[in-house]
Design a protein around this ligand. Sequence first.
Ligand SMILES: [Zn+2]
Length: 463
Amino acid sequence: MPATLASDLARYLDDNDRRFHDELFDFLRIPSVSARSEYDADMQRAAKWVSDNLRTAGLDTEILSTPGHPVVLGEWRKAPAGALTVLIYGHYDVQPAEPLELWTSPPFEPAMRNGRIYARGSVDDKGQLFAHMKALEAHLGARGRLPVNIIVLAEGEEEVGSDNLEAFVTKHAKRLACDYIVISDSSMFAPGLPSILSSLRGLAYFQIDLEGPAGDLHSGSYGGAVVNPAMALARILATFFDANGHIAIPGFYDKVREWDPKIRAQIKALPFDEANFKKEVGVSVLGGEAGYSTLERLWSRPTCEVNGLLSGYTAEGSKTVLPSKAMAKVSCRLVADQNPAEIERLVREHITRVAPAGVKVTIQMLHGGQPWSAELQGPLYDAAKRALNAAFGRDPVVIGEGGSIPVVSDFQRLLGAPVLLVGFGLPGENAHAPDEWFADENFTKGMRAMASLWDEIAAGARA
Ligand SMILES: [Zn+2]
């Protein structure tokens, strides 16, 4: 069903389009590189810029310090009694711009070329955060009010791991209490295809150490009579999979939630170019779990991958050695509703069962992260669908993401509110790389979609 953006908001966004671009360019000129202390003053400047801009739009603002870079909070809480409260999360820090010589125009001198805004942070995430800020301004400028209460949380440490965010959200949980969380820090599947990101994979990362003989042995004098840790490790790793690419660790799939057949059909219909994907990664044949397409393998299925192997003699020439040790780093990407602690238990039990006698095996879990998946029904999802339709003239597609964005499950867990991930980047946008760009069309449509979202959320709550 086609939706439209209210005409007063559309007019406000049109009338101020030039100024919005000028402001965005000002924002992008601040080199807010969180990773380098030489930019600390610029980080402060960027936080103040966000705060000032939100205040001019009509929000109350505060810059709160953390042990690292500050968090900017913008609040507008004058919606009618019973109205919903929505928290918008974004980040004002950017990745370092180096290597500078690979940029066509300087990273902190934004330039418009071929309908793209080129600058470090244009798409990740200043441009997307700013689109939200202007959507809020449109409501307050055109009507003097918003139909929902709003909290804007802009952090300055996303690109360095958001180390202080969990503690910040925990400390301010009462103030940040909300019904929904909206994050725009991701991409659309293709131009013209508004996308709702529905899943993120979690992680369980292991180091497996095997010890055999007390020291490296002569492979002639001892080989054949002593268990070789490198071979023992290879045997263990080989038991992780069966011939169809299924993970053969007992119980591994028990908690995996199968995707709705409707969503699977929709993913199948996405314009995915497998030949191009092969070219991109430089292989002639793809592999993976039988019975699933490439996108499903990336988005909806767990993995178990060897990330590193170390054993024996690896330098030039031959050295006849039976190594005393072998080590592997193994990462499992998890999907809902798998749990890193439970996967750790299953991996330990499995390795203990299959490890050959004659080696001592030590397993450490180095890192764990929860998978996340969105509720693809209900009022928030319906409102997002209508808002994206109003801006892009078509319903959104549902996409997944093979990697992790840890803050998403943190927010959902700490604030107990569902998260909507709706991003306006595009494939090839060079986030974190030279010549980062944000499609100007998506900047404009992103502002419209988010302006529409607040009306649609309020309408959904009244219905
Ligand atoms: Zn980002």
